[in-house]
Each structure stands twice: as C-alpha cells, then as structure tokens.
Design a protein around this ligand. Structure first.
Ligand SMILES: [Fe+2]
Length: 540
C-alpha cells in the first residue's frame, strides 16, 4: 500500500502532498492509509500545527468540515464509516501548493470521466495554478471525495477479489482431490492401496501431521475391509499405538458426527490417550451404523487453525470412501457368489463319480497355492484357481457308465474319457470373459514329454496353466482311491511326482509343487470325507 492510488493521484495531480489518515470516534488518530513512515510523520506534524483541534471535524456540521492550516494547507473530513461497533473518520491532510500546473489539465486526465462529480472544474475553464485551485475548497473537496470514493470502491473490489480467489483455490483443491481419488478408485485393485492413497492425498492438501482411516470389524463390510487400519504421515507412535488411539477416539460419542478439536489436551485430554494437539474426525456411516472413521491429527500451526475448508475436504473424501467401500463390499459379495456357483457346478460334475468328490475344489486349491509359490500376480492366481475349479467340467459329457466303471476301461471307453478336455473347452469358450481359462481346461492332461492328450503338445508348447494344473490334478488323483486302484500314501505320491519331473511334469514347476504345505489340502480332504462318508478313497 505504499503506492496508494490516492496518494499517487493526489500528488501527481495537485502537485501537493495529500495524506489520508483515519481517526476513531474517540478522537484518536490510529492509521495512515497507505502512507510511508515519513509521510505519516508529516501528516501528524500538520495536524499538530492546526490552529484549532482537528477533532472538531469528527463532529462538525457538513458545511464546516475543513480547517485551514497556517501554511495554507487544509485538513478535510472526507467521510465517516462504520466498521463493526466503531465509527471511523477519514481525514485528508493537504500540503499547500508549490507549483503552477493548471488543475484543468489534471481533471481531464484522471477524474472527470468517472467521478460523477458535477462540481469539478471542467477542462479549459481553470487557468489558475494549483495554489489558486486550493483556495477553492469546493473544488478541492469534491476532487478528494471523488478520489476517496474511487479508492473505497477499489479497496472493496480488491477484498472481494481476494475472497473470490481464495474460494477458487479451495474449490480447485477439492476438485483436484476428488479427481485424484476418482482416478485411483478401482474395486478390482487392493482396497488398502486405495485407502493409503486417500490418506496421502489428504495429507498433501491439508497441513496435518498424520491422517488415518479405521474401519470396524463389522459384517456390513467385506472380509478384506473389516478391521482395516491405515495410517499415513508422521505419527511418532507405533502403528499399533496409533490404531489403539484411533479406536479409543472412535468410542467417544463426540466423533459420531464430524468433530473438530483445536486443543485436545484442554478439551478432551482426560478422555483420550495422547493423540496430538488438534484433530478433525469424520465418521463413516451405512444407514444408522457407523462403520469407520477418518481422522486427521495435528494441523501445522503455521497453516492456521482447522477450518471449515478442512472439514469440507475431509467430508468430500469421506463420500468417495463410502462409495468405494460399498462397491468393494458389493464386488466381494458378487465374487463370492460367482465362485460359489462355479463350485456348485463342478461339485455336480464331481458327483457323477463318488470317487472324485471334491476333486475340482482340491485341484483349484493346489493350483492356487502353486501359482502363489511361483510369485504370480494376484489376478493371475485368481484365474488359475478358477481354471482348477473348471478343469474337468467336460466330464459332464462323459457317460456315467464309462466314468464310474469299475475295472479296466476298454480302448473305446478310454477314448471317450480322453474327450473330456475338449468338451470342457467347448463349454468354457461360450462363457464371457473365460477365454483365459480355456488353456487350463484343454491342456491339463498334456504331458511334458508330448505323450499326453488331447493334442500331444510337449514342453513349453503346453500353456503354463495346463502344466500347472497337470501337477495338481495328478497329485489329487494319486491321493484318491479310484475304481481301478486304492489311494497312494503321501510319500509315494511325492516320490512319483518327483520321478515324473521332465517326463510327465514340467521339471521347473515340480520342485515348487513338492515344497507346498499340504495342510490346507488335507483339511479339505477331511471336509469332503465328512460331507460324503462313502467317499473314503482319499489318502490322508
Ligand atoms: Fe481331467
């Protein structure tokens, strides 16, 4: 404000010093508007030299609102404004004129067009110098009033512009945050990664020390979400301590609606373990049930107190998080239903032969475990699990008289059995989004040495899914009693698989399979036995 528009215009136009000062309704000077220190001192000196108390201008009649200084300068009352409960008066303190520049020229340059003042001398009519003009108080007063009004309007517009810019910046931050969350919002990814990103995004736009999300262990949430705790930022606590602190916070009824605490120690200190200095808590609801909490702790004091802007940002984020959590829960329910349907279908196929009860589920389990042991990505592991479930679906087209025949199969019967991979592939190919399952269904009876069926592929010409399923399928087949032989004990099965590495099985995959932990498999075997006591053929 050192180059205050009024000062600049007044000094340039009148060639006089014109200083604006504010006085309060108690008759005290308290501000120089846009004045440099030396100008402020000069204004005070002129006011002190006034032949009568300048305070009289605060209460004088409209027609008596100027004081002529001994040196020819003026003190004018420009306006009185009310700010809050207090009134303040703007005074113009004017030095005497020291040059002879015509006032008419000045008016044509800067004020005539938009001042709206009818008392101003029009261009060309004033042939005197500025000193002469100063002797005309109506002109000077009118000029200054016009300038002051412009100045007042300008100040108000600047204030509105600043406010608008602030609102624009806040809206941008909110939109940017929502955009980023939208980009990361995919239910098929790891939900923990999304929640972590959400906390990091909040940390970036708000100046808090740490941000956490706690989801309660409730049936409203899917298994992978229930009980989740994510914490980003610098907590100066272990993750367990931070989680316990947030859990304690969540028990407080005060956070069952959005809450801001600027001083935890004095407001809630006796109720909480040492969380931090300030906090913003935002609950997550599904219907009437609160199932989680977003909490931001310790706002940087340099960034000011926790504000309504912070609350709005967290509120918008909470809305996105609620949508995400609902979608993940729904997706998980759909997925479980989908897998349940597949399991029912394959169980129906397995049920054609009581000796293969639970076979597809066990092959799916072993295939998934082998895929995980190989370090395959989760989505690939999931597809291999589904392929394991579906691998023998083609047996639905094999007559039970052949499938369940006790004793040795004839050559023709064996050829019928050998058709089940292609029957299965034909079934699967018509299921949308199952293209990547077909290799597992079609090639799980191929052998690494090329002596398998249906196509006699060898080595790595056999798709990996087929090579992988072959190990799981053979392990379960050898571990089960079949119509033509008894189940083999575990050691014999493992020896056989080891012996067939490079001939029947992929020699690179075999060691990974042999090192699997079969305890879950044995658990499934026990379950299947319990479900069908007649199927006692699986070797434990
Ligand atoms: Fe098969």
């Amino acid at each position: 404000m050192s180059d205050h528009p009024f000062d600049v215009l007044a000094a340039r136009a009148l060639r006089v010093g014109a200083y604006l000062v504010r006085a309060d309704d108690q008759g005290r000077l308290y501000d120089g508007i846009g004045l440099k220190p030396e100008h402020w001192r000069r204004a005070q000196t002129l006011l002190a030299d006034a032949p009568e108390p300048w305070q009289k201008l605060l209460t004088s009649d409209p027609g008596d609102d100027r004081i002529i200084l001994p040196n020819g300068g003026h003190i004018l009352r420009l306006s009185s404004n009310r700010r809050g409960r207090h009134e303040h008066t703007i005074l113009a303190v004017i030095e005497p004129c020291v040059c002879s520049k015509p006032l008419g020229q000045v008016l044509s340059e800067s004020t005539e067009a938009d001042s709206g003042c009818t008392n101003v001398t029009t261009p060309g009519q004033c042939n005197g110098c500025a000193a002469a003009c100063l002797s005309d108080p109506i002109t000077v007063e009118c000029l200054l009033r016009c300038w002051y009004e412009d100045l007042f309007k300008l100040g108000r517009q600047e204030s509105e512009l600043t406010k608008l810019s602030q609102q624009l910046a806040e809206t941008y931050e909110e939109l940017n945050l929502l955009y980023r969350l939208g980009q990361e919002l995919t239910v098929s990814g790891d939900p923990r990664c999304f929640v972590q990103s959400l906390c990091q995004d909040l940390l970036e736009v708000m100046s808090f020390r740490w941000v956490a999300v706690k989801l309660f262990d409730l049936p409203e949430l899917s298994e992978q979400l229930a009980g989740m705790f994510v914490c980003e930022g610098t907590t100066q606590k272990t993750i367990n301590e931070a989680e316990q602190a947030v859990e304690a916070l969540a028990q407080m009824p005060q956070v069952h609606k959005p809450a801001v605490v600027l001083d935890i120690a004095s407001q809630w200190g006796h109720l909480l373990p040492a969380l931090g200095n300030s906090l913003l808590a935002y609950p997550l609801y599904k219907g009437e049930t609160m199932y989680g909490l977003i909490v931001a702790i310790d706002k940087d004091p340099e960034a000011g107190d926790i504000s309504s802007v912070d609350l709005k940002l967290v509120g918008s984020t909470a809305s996105q998080l609620r949508i995400f959590l609902d979608n993940v829960t729904l997706y998980d329910q759909m997925h479980l239903m989908f897998l349940g349907t597949l399991e029912a279908l394959t169980a129906a196929v397995d049920a054609k032969d009581r000796y293969t009860c639970g076979h597809s589920q066990r092959v799916a389990l072993l295939s998934r475990q082998l895929a995980e042991a190989l370090g395959l990505p989760p989505d690939r592991v999931e597809r291999i699990h589904i392929a394991g479930l579906m691998h023998d679906v083609g047996k639905i087209g094999v007559p039970e008289s052949v499938l369940c025949k006790a004793g040795k199969l004839t050559k023709e019967e064996y050829e019928i059995i050998k058709g089940h991979p292609e029957i299965g592939a034909n079934i699967v190919k018509d299921i949308p989004h199952f293209d990547d399952i077909i290799p597992g269904v079609l090639y799980h009876h191929e052998r690494y040495d090329g002596k398998g069926y249906p196509h006699g592929l060898a080595g790595e010409d056999i798709p990996m899914m087929g090579r992988l399923l072959a190990l799981a399928d053979s392990f379960d087949a050898m571990s089960s009693t079949r119509t033509y032989r008894a189940a083999l004990p575990r050691e014999r099965v493992l020896e056989e698989i080891q012996a067939c590495a490079g001939s029947q099985f992929d020699p690179d995959l075999t060691p990974h399979f042999l090192s699997l932990d079969f305890s879950e498999y044995d658990g499934q075997v026990a379950n299947h036995k319990a479900g069908d006591p007649g199927a006692q053929g699986v070797a434990a």
